[in-house]
Design a protein around this ligand. Structure first.
Ligand code: NAD
Ligand code: UDP
Length: 342
């Protein structure tokens, strides 16, 4: 994976039209790589990469990752998989198959081409953790039976496949354990908490707090996560690396922040807690700090404001007359991408 056109093969990004994938494609193009994005558009959208389609170094191919083969690539980022619980639980068998077969295909390409494969793994492999914060050597507390298992166990099996391809075939692997990431291009109907709360706040609808709202998550802004993925790919590190923001918040606190940032009068209402919902989640990022020189930089309020500005534009809502908070001070026009100068 050498930038500025030294390797004629594109970087393959499976799931390239999704939330993270589209930001990754954009960054790779900006750094001078050619990019092939493969996506079945199940939870991704062409709109996420529409601004890249005119770029001569970019190709979007609508295809299922489980059927991918014979692709030339200079590196593989394997991101194909729905990430939002309502999305991945809609077709749980399909989710497991994507995790397992999709990763198998990505690893086969890495093997054929002699190039590294980065697996988009997840904090979900820790399940409902009884070690806090979660270090990479914690083995997790995951139900094999519940509604989240299709994703959690699928992703765990994907990590196993990566390690076995490395041991059996010498494939260079990178295991990114990504914690909750948010930012522009989350779909308004995505179902994840940040987009749900922001959309509800902007529309003046009730904010749906599942359970008592005391469960925690740690939210990383998308630009920081993408930076971590690129650093990890460029490193020779084959051990798992947590990528996430160690700033832990309860869902109640998140809701209150969003109400304040959007100047919303929405009410907080409680809804039943989904089965197997992890109680706490926070990454220990010591490995990423020391080995990648990486740490998140975007503070939560700034990232939420940028996400709110994007969702406001997508929903076609105008900013209220009384402007408060950074959300209203920014626009969310997609960035224009210039061709790299030779
Ligand atoms: P997303 O749903 O926006 O993107 C996933 C993309 O993969 C979509 O474009 C979807 O259409 C595509 N896809 C799904 N199944 C496919 C298949 N069988 N073949 C081809 N394409 C397929 O989700 P995201 O948040 O961008 O997540 C991207 C990756 O990062 C996923 O693998 C996810 O598990 C991982 N991850 C994300 C987060 C997060 O907080 N965003 C956290 C941990 C891990
Ligand atoms: N959540 C919530 N209201 C919502 C959506 C989610 O309270 O409208 C909670 C959910 O129960 C979980 C947390 O927010 O405790 C994060 O949920 P999300 O689906 O974003 O991610 P994950 O559970 O996979 O971390």
């Amino acid at each position: 994976m050498t930038p500025n056109g030294h390797d004629p093969r594109p970087v393959l990004v499976t799931g390239g039209a999704g939330f993270l994938g589209s930001h990754l494609c954009e960054r790779l193009l900006r750094e001078g790589h050619r990019v092939l994005a493969v996506d079945n558009l199940s939870s991704g959208r062409v709109d996420n990469v529409r601004h890249l389609l005119a770029h001569s170094g970019f190709e979007l191919r609508q295809q299922d990752a489980t059927a991918l083969q014979g692709v030339r690539a200079s590196a593989v980022f394997n991101l194909a998989c729905p990430a939002s619980p309502p999305f991945y639980q809609r077709d749980p068998i399909g989710t497991t198959l994507t995790c397992v077969l999709g990763t198998l295909r990505a690893l086969d390409i890495g093997h054929d081409q002699g190039v590294p494969v980065l697996q988009a793994s997840t904090s979900e492999i820790y399940g409902d953790p009884d070690v806090h914060p979660q270090t990479e050597d914690y083995r997790g507390n995951v139900s094999t039976l519940g509604p989240r298992a299709c994703y959690d166990e699928g992703k765990r099996c994907a990590e196993t496949l990566c390690c076995d391809y490395q041991r059996q075939h010498g494939v260079a692997i990178r295991l990114a354990r990504i914690f909750n990431t948010y930012g522009p291009r989350m779909l308004p109907g995505d179902g994840r908490v940040v987009s749900n709360f922001i959309v509800q706040a902007l529309r003046g609808e009730d904010i749906t707090l599942y359970g008592d709202g005391q469960q925690s998550r740690s939210f990383c802004f998308v630009d920081d996560t993408i930076d971590g993925l690129l650093r990890l790919m460029a490193s020779g590190i084959d051990e798992p690396v947590n990528l996430g923001n160690p700033h832990e918040v309860t869902m109640r606190e998140l809701a209150e922040r969003i109400l304040r940032l959007t100047d919303s009068r929405s009410r907080l209402v409680h809804r039943p807690l989904p089965a197997d919902d992890p109680r706490r989640r926070c990454p220990d990022i010591q490995r990423a700090r020391t080995r990648l020189g990486w740490a998140p930089r975007v503070p939560l309020d700034e990232g939420l404001a940028r996400t709110a500005a994007h969702l406001r534009a997508v929903l076609g809502l105008r900013a209220p007359a009384r402007r408060t908070g950074m959300a209203l001070a920014r626009t969310s026009r997609p960035p224009t991408l210039r061709e790299p100068t030779p």
